[in-house]
Design a binder for this molecule. Sequence first.
Ligand code: PEP
Length: 263
Amino acid sequence: MRRKLVVGNWKMNMTHAEAAAIVEAFVRLVDQKQDVDIAICPSYLSIETVRNLLRRTHIGVGSQDVFWMESGAFTGRISAPMLKAAGVTTCIVGHSETRGKFGKLEVPESTVGYFAETDETVNLKIKALLFQDITPILCVGETLAEREAGTTDQVIRGQLAGAFAGIDGAEFANGVVAYEPVWAIGTGKTCDSAEASRVCGMIRGALAEILDADAAQSIRVLYGGSVKSSNSGELFSQPDIDGGLVGGASMVADEFSRIVLSA
Ligand code: PEP
């Protein structure tokens, strides 16, 4: 039986003082909810503050990204050993925003290429995290154009195959995959729960083929894309959805706690 998991992705928001205030309020609201796994992914600069506040709770601290090399002349990057030393237990990889795809374009289109990571770099990041025993949260999902072209499943299967090249099922058995339709991220448009469940089920089937049947049963498949407390209960009750990756709504303690309590 897979435990539900709810992860907050704070993206490029909040100073460490603001992060601390939200974490303190959030912990008071969800401390008794021990049957759901929870992680918060603040900016790199707030990881230590958040980790210290979460030390005596069941809530983990995560990172939003990682670089795959262990150390060296890679200005501005953060490695998996650095995350491990900072107490990080989980890390998002291949988010559509780091892949250079945005549900709502807020940067000049000419700069999008600077964000663009590939299935190959996603694969290297997953390997670097597994080596440090940090749980990867692999994000996959289609753009609006890909959905309208009817290629959703094909796009996601390609992302999964690329991400898991050279990785076997036992290595990723405790890992997480998040289905995040790009068109639903930060847009207020949530994927219909039946369709979100269908895609999450399709992902589980693909995991059985690409990894193995045991891993496909143990890997948690989350839904992400405009999750809020008004839709989380229905989404999380779908048979193939094991929880959520939550952006905007995770930055308001009350709202995020309601989402966790609905799981
Ligand atoms: C996300 O960033 O992963 C996300 C799902 O964002 P939001 O909940 O704001 O759509």
